[in-house]
Design a protein. Structure first.
Length: 344
């Protein structure tokens, strides 16, 4: 089992200086690097202080100057917001700038809030189809002289410039959930990244089963699969209980963004009342404690051992959670000091 960190800037109130949030983001990534985690992942989102990440390549290139060891991954770029030539070129440029450390996670996106602003009229189905057309073109554009006539894109023979530092270009990871997405990723030779969000161990097992089914119908080398999950390592049971409450609030806000029904002002969604938070039984703290990878160090070890036994190759510590920087840092430090050694 290898470990990585999944992190972004997240801003909950107008009073939080974004410069300080970025310094905190860098500090967490440096902790991952010092701990010899395999990778740091950061994604793409637009117009949302909930997740501030308009272009992950900028963040990754800057991170390369603050870190020495970690691979630097997009977790993930939203494929339908890109032209394939532009995505191939920017990924290759980032790979060149970082000395060949880039890995490219690709997804269709999830927020209709973003779709209606960047691609008005596009739904999740079309977004998925665009991703399936774009992503296989990237290795061809890195190889050179790729011409394409497709449903969404057409262009004459083109070579992405600059050439990526890695011989075959950055490794590609597909964010997959349904069986068809697993099959698409695996059959194209891409690695797979899955997140069960709040849905717990049954979903984690189902996602691995879908990956195994896709691999069973593929003749090439078995790709890797990474599990991305919200993680908190508490100092004691009271600390874990507090984390469950904080993650409950985080997922209530996640759901509000996803539903795209509340007003948004200056990048911040309208505050949820205590009554609204309490009414969301799906995201109740006891469900977070049951279904997320949170607990004392030994409890977290036991959960990740199960994921390892299922066949996951990499575990990504998802640290976006609405908590203070200090609580994030302390949890990550306990993960590094008390959890990771159990897997060495």
């Amino acid at each position: 089992m290898e470990f990585s960190l999944f992190a972004h800037m997240e801003r909950l109130t107008p009073e939080e200086p974004q410069e300080e949030l970025y310094e905190n983001f860098i500090s967490l990534c440096k902790m991952a690097d010092d701990a010899k985690m395999r990778a740091v992942w950061t994604g793409e989102h637009h117009g949302m202080d909930f997740t501030i990440a308009p272009n992950p390549f900028i963040s990754l290139v800057n991170l390369s100057h603050h870190t020495k060891h970690v691979r630097l991954g997009t977790g993930t770029v939203i494929a339908p917001f890109w032209h394939p030539i532009k995505l191939a070129g920017e990924a290759a440029a980032a790979d060149l700038c970082t000395g060949g450390r880039v890995e490219l996670g690709v997804a269709r996106g999830a927020y209709s809030y973003e779709y209606e602003r960047l691609m008005p009229g596009m739904d999740a189905w079309e977004a998925g189809q665009r991703m399936r057309e774009i992503t296989p073109l990237l290795p061809q554009l890195w190889k050179g002289d790729c011409a394409h006539e497709g449903e969404y894109f057409s262009f004459p023979a083109t070579t992405a410039t600059p050439r990526p530092s890695q011989t075959d270009g950055p490794p590609i990871w597909i964010a997959a959930r349904d069986p068809n997405s697993h099959e698409f990723g695996v059959h194209n030779g891409f690695n797979i990244q899955v997140t069960p969000l709040w849905q717990g161990v049954e979903e984690i097992e189902t996602l691995m089963s879908r990956f195994n089914d896709a691999c069973a119908t593929y003749d090439g080398p078995r790709p890797k699969i990474m599990l991305l999950h919200h993680t908190y390592v508490g100092s004691d049971t009271d600390d874990v209980a507090q984390a469950a409450n904080e993650l409950s609030k985080f997922y209530c806000y996640f759901g509000a963004w996803f539903q795209n029904k509340r007003p948004v002002n200056q990048g911040l969604i309208q505050e949820l009342s205590e009554e609204e938070l309490a009414a969301n039984k799906m995201m109740a703290p006891e469900n977070m404690a049951r279904d997320l990878t949170i607990g004392t160090a030994q409890q977290v070890i036991d959960r990740i051992k199960h994921y390892e036994d299922l066949g996951y190759d990499e575990y990504a510590f998802w640290i976006d959670n609405g908590m203070s920087f200090e609580r994030k840092r302390e949890s990550l430090a306990r993960f590094i000091d008390d959890v990771m050694p159990a897997f060495q």
